[in-house]
Design a binder for this molecule. Structure first.
Ligand code: SF4
Length: 408
């Protein structure tokens, strides 16, 4: 029988709560940004104390934390880098994710932390993969331009670990390197400042008459989804599947991580032990489609991304459900305390999505504040007390069914 290895499931964690959520819903590892040299300037990010807490929690659960140090720094940034790297060495994450050769050199000099080469470094073939390995990298995150077959070719000619993106936002740049935002908004994409200019609606003019031929978001990539390719990822020996989205909500982390966890476990069990797969991949995909998305594509994983990977219909997002809140405390047989993230009112239809994969529908009634005072409306960022619901555990997420699907 073929020897297979189950890929690691690697989730984004923009803050401590999303890190806890990712682990509760089945992530094997998370990647986080520190306060410097990370590409998500607008994520909450982790200071040294929070990073220590995150790593302690991860290790207590047998999971891992990788820290991004993946900007392409300028000369003026470099004096600060050795001190930051020494701080990280003392904190002890399981890997640093780097893009720049100079950063790698300094990381090797000032830390003993394993190094993963970011997708930003455009590793697209075996020669680059092997060169990074010779330089001391443990893993490459291949460029999103690669198909699964091309990943397998690297796998066959290199024994470096291979990580590939399986889900999340895509963009029409080469391996994430882009200056459209720099030119149009003065914000540097390569330093975490991207304003997503590629999502704008552009007027396309007839070259002869100069009349507007049509207007559309012509560079607006659909989001990546590859749940249906989990079997190929396993068969092709991909070591780690990465979910994009350090800026996304707890609902996104819970839903996407939960779906890929169930798919990976069931498909692996089927391939390894001949058990019938106990997961309905299409149903899992429909759950993901309920959340904010730009429509879905498999990117370049099956065939080169082309016009079919662009969402020409709308520049923003569509969704049928909103992130309503997250369960902080369960008082058995009595109440749930929910951190509210969206305005709610008596009679709203919601679902709880739990780490065990159970989805429970409820109609909001007998709402109360944290002190038990009844109320009919609840604004965001408050604690809502609801009657106990069986099977709902702490960190379960609550989503609100919108009366009609929203498209922005
Ligand atoms: S502007 Fe668009 S293509 Fe460029 S980095 Fe930002 S999201 Fe990617």
């Amino acid at each position: 029988m073929e020897t297979l290895v189950k890929p690691e499931l690697l989730a984004p964690a923009g803050c401590m709560q999303r890190l806890r959520t990712a682990f509760a819903f089945g992530a094997d590892a998370v990647y986080i940004g520190g306060t410097k040299f990370s590409l998500r300037k607008n994520a909450d990010n982790f200071n040294a104390k929070e990073m220590r807490q995150a790593i302690d929690l991860a290790h207590s659960l047998g999971r891992k934390v990788y820290v991004t140090v993946n900007v392409y720094p300028l000369e003026r940034d470099m004096p600060e880098l050795p001190t930051y790297l020494k701080e990280l060495d003392a904190i002890g994450p399981d890997a640093l994710i780097i893009s720049d050769l100079g950063v790698m050199r300094l990381a090797k000099e000032h830390t003993s932390i394993p190094l993963h080469v970011s997708t930003q470094a455009s590793v697209l073939h075996e020669h680059t993969a092997n060169w990074w390995k010779a330089l001391g990298a443990k893993r490459i995150v291949v460029g999103r331009e690669l198909s699964l077959d091309e990943c397998q070719e690297i796998r066959q000619h290199s024994d470096i670990e291979i990580e590939t993106f399986c889900h999340g936002s895509m963009c029409t740049s080469h391996s994430g390197k882009c200056v459209i935002s720099n030119y149009t908004a003065g914000r540097d994409s390569n330093r975490g400042g991207c304003v997503q200019t590629c999502r704008y609606v552009f007027d396309v003019h007839d070259p002869d008459t100069d009349a507007v031929d049509y207007s559309a978001p012509i560079m607006n990539s659909k989001d990546l989804m590859s749940l249906q390719l989990v079997e190929s990822f396993i068969r092709q020996g991909i070591d780690s599947l990465k979910i994009e989205g350090r800026m996304k909500s707890e609902l996104y982390v819970a839903t996407v991580v939960g779906a890929y966890r169930r798919a990976l476990d069931a498909v692996f069990d089927q391939l390894q032990n001949g058990k019938e797969a106990s997961v309905d991949i299409e149903a899992e995909m429909r759950e993901i489609e309920r959340m904010s998305n730009r429509q879905f594509t498999t990117g370049s994983l099956e065939e080169r991304a082309f016009a079919s990977s662009i969402n020409y219909d709308f520049p923003g997002y569509q969704k049928s459900h909103a992130f309503a809140g997250q369960v902080l405390v369960v008082i058995p047989d009595e109440a749930l305390l929910v951190q509210v993230r969206h305005p709610l009112k008596e009679g709203d239809q919601c679902d709880f999505v739990t780490p065990s994969g159970v989805s429970t529908e409820i109609r909001l009634e007998n709402m109360a504040d944290v002190n038990g005072n009844g109320l009919e409306n609840m604004p965001p960022n408050r604690i809502l007390r609801l009657p106990f619901v069986d099977a709902v555990s702490p960190l379960s997420v609550m989503r609100l069914r919108l009366t009609e699907a929203v498209c922005t």
